[in-house]
Ligand binder design. Structure first.
Ligand code: ADP
Ligand code: ADP
Ligand code: MG
Length: 472
């Protein structure tokens, strides 16, 4: 078994990995930039090391990080999500330096990180894929020709994209011509490669993804699906397991399809196969994420499997201790990404000091947070400051529990997405359990919730009342 893990990440996911280490008796090592010296993961890990003053580059220098892993006596490295987690170079440097990389092989990361290569591998394996290009586009003229063959609407997508960026829907040739340069430029800026490709846009699809887990001995299992259809600008906001929109037969089908996809590329460790489900109930492979996912918590909640601990066991060379039939799911889990953003102001990031934080509790409530009262959220990173995951036996029950827990949670000092989620939970369409990826866009009314009176107005009103009482 692995003994000491360097966590090449920050925020709530670094804290999550520290917790897994602690339960397994493994020593955890945190890294942090100057901007993160007061971050929670630094306080929680057994050891922590400063990796420099640049707030972002520190977490992106694979050589420095692996050097530190070796120097601090680690035998493994967990990449978390984002940052270098899907960069094959980190996995390669680890292998060269004798550090167990907690994830799949570098070649699999490289292949799946290229959405065109991933599509090709899936076509070879007989997995349905949306019609699209089999190479990166040479120029806008090629895009135009392919779009005419595929038929509008189409999607222009960054070949090496992630995090919902570098994706644009084009409903007509005019839009395609307008968006082409934008997507190329976004891809270049966000992913360091300007390559883009085109695929058929599935209109108002549901985003259904399957968690898979595979050991070094060829045992590959799925842990059922997650419904991540509640998104804004291709970024997930609320995730649900299992999907309230699937029949049991669809659930079995998609689980097997995901296992086949993973086997086709000799996948090892935890991964996610993402699918789109169209209005004719046809599933299409979209991409594979070769890492731990933000929303793994909902799967842990319905299955009882600790996915991070399984990742560590697999990387240690241990076989899975169960078979597919041993994996059961119970009830519904729902995760809310608590972002420090102002929904009423275009979801603008709202960084600053958390003057007060109170984590909700009670039955069926889990919080994975990267904040505490007094913590100052630095402006350099993702705006997600906590994840709230709730569980209940029924769909109606999990909605009520979500509402109760969101109301129970206190985050003062910054604006958050909490009041917006409360509006979504109150919406009849959402409550019916039937919704697709257009939900957020087609319900702009939900953002116009009543915030009540700002505290300064209340304070002024009280002062005026006291003054009036005193006859001043
Ligand atoms: P998940 O796929 O786990 O649901 P996201 O797509 O929201 O989660 O990504 C999680 C984090 O990782 C976000 O901070 C996102 O910006 C970042 N991320 C994901 N893919 C990439 C990528 N290819 N390059 C850079 N950052 C990425
Ligand atoms: P990322 O790597 O950024 O997560 P994905 O390929 O997973 O990118 O797409 C992110 C989201 O964009 C999906 O969840 C879906 O809502 C939307 N999307 C992507 N491709 C398509 C498509 N072909 N048709 C319709 N929606 C799509
Ligand atoms: Mg995706």
């Amino acid at each position: 078994m692995i003994k000491k893990i360097l966590i090449a990440n920050r925020g709530e996911i670094a804290v999550r990995i520290v917790r897994a280490c602690s339960e397994l008796g493994i020593t955890s090592v945190a890294i942090y930039t100057d901007a993160d010296r007061h971050a929670l993961h630094v306080k929680k890990a057994d050891e922590s090391y400063n990796i420099g003053s640049d707030p972002v580059q520190g977490y992106l220098n694979a050589h420095n990080i692996v050097n530190l892993a070796v120097a601090s006596g680690c035998d493994a490295l967990h990449p978390g999500y984002g940052f270098l987690s899907e960069n094959p170079v980190l996995a390669e440097v680890c292998a060269r330096r004798g550090i167990h990389f907690i994830g799949p092989d570098a070649n699999v990361i490289r292949m799946m990180g290229d959405k065109i290569e991933a599509r090709k591998a899936m076509i070879r394996a007989g997995i349905p894929v949306v019609p699209g290009s089999d190479h990166s586009l040479a120029d806008v003229e090629e895009a135009r020709q392919l779009a005419n063959v595929i038929g509008y609407p189409v999607m222009l997508k960054a070949t090496n994209g992630g995090g919902g960026r570098g994706i644009r829907r084009c409903d007509s040739e005019t839009e395609l011509l307008k968006n082409y340069d934008r997507v190329v430029s976004e891809a270049g800026k966000a992913f360091g490669k300007p390559d883009i490709f085109i695929e058929k846009c599935v209109v108002n699809p549901r985003h259904i993804e399957v968690q898979i887990i595979a050991d070094k001995f060829g045992n590959t299992l799925h842990l059922f699906e997650r419904d991540c259809s509640i998104q804004r600008r291709n970024q997930k906001l609320i995730e649900i397991a299992p999907s309230p929109q699937l029949t049991e037969a669809q659930r079995q089908y998609i689980g097997k399809l995901a296992v086949n996809a993973a086997r086709a590329v000799n996948y090892e460790n935890a991964g996610t196969v993402e699918f789109l489900l169209d209005s004719d109930n046809q599933f299409y492979f979209m991409e594979m994420n070769t890492r731990l996912q933000v929303e793994h918590t909902v799967t842990e909640t319905i299955t009882g499997v600790d996915i991070v601990q399984e990742q560590i066991r697999i990387a240690s060379g241990m076989p899975l201790q169960y078979k597919q039939d041993d994996i059961q799911h119970r009830g519904f889990a729902m995760e809310f990404r608590i972002n420090a953003e102002d929904p009423q102001n275009g979801f603008l990031p709202s960084f600053g000091r958390i003057t007060r934080y109170y984590a909700p509790g009670g039955p069926g409530v889990r919080t994975d947070a990267a904040m505490y009262s007094g913590y100052v959220i630095p402006p350099y990173y993702d705006s997600m400051c906590a994840k709230l995951t709730v569980w209940n036996l029924t769909w109606e029950g999990v909605i009520e529990r979500g509402r109760r827990a969101l109301n129970d949670m206190v985050v003062f000092g910054v604006k958050t997405t909490i009041p917006y989620y409360l509006e979504i939970l109150g919406n009849d369409e959402f409550r019916s359990g039937q919704f697709d990826t257009s939900f957020v866009e087609t319900h702009p009314d939900l953002i116009n919730y009543d915030t009540g009176k700002p505290p300064e107005i209340l304070a002024a009103a009280i002062a005026a009342a006291i003054a009036a009482h005193n006859g001043l």
